[in-house]
Design a binder for this molecule. Sequence first.
Ligand code: SF4
Length: 126
Amino acid sequence: MDGDASPRGEIDGAPKGSGSLDISAPIHLDVPSLLGIVFDKLIILILSIMGLMSVKVTINNDECTGCGLCYNDECPDVFEEDDDGNSRLKAQFRKGGPQDGEIPEDKKGCAQSASDACPVSAITVG
Ligand code: SF4
């Protein structure tokens, strides 16, 4: 017989039964990959709980002019206005005084935007 097709019309090399969905087939999980993903997530969770993935933030209160760019526009999640109109960290992020603290890694971009926008470079991130 000429050609690549088998006598029953199957294409050589194609798995038997291809072209139809076998819903009774067991799902094969790649256990090592699955464990790797779970392990990575666990490590991130533990480091977050331990505060090892936090980022240091300081505000130089002597330089701050109270323009409000950081707490009003760029990153109100992290910064707020103090009684003098200057910037301070929100209470949950303070470690020393109101201008010294640590933020979670997921707030770093926001704080960095505030630092970049600050006209007197009063905010240090990292
Ligand atoms: S952007 Fe700078 S100068 Fe303006 S309030 Fe924030 S820290 Fe102060």
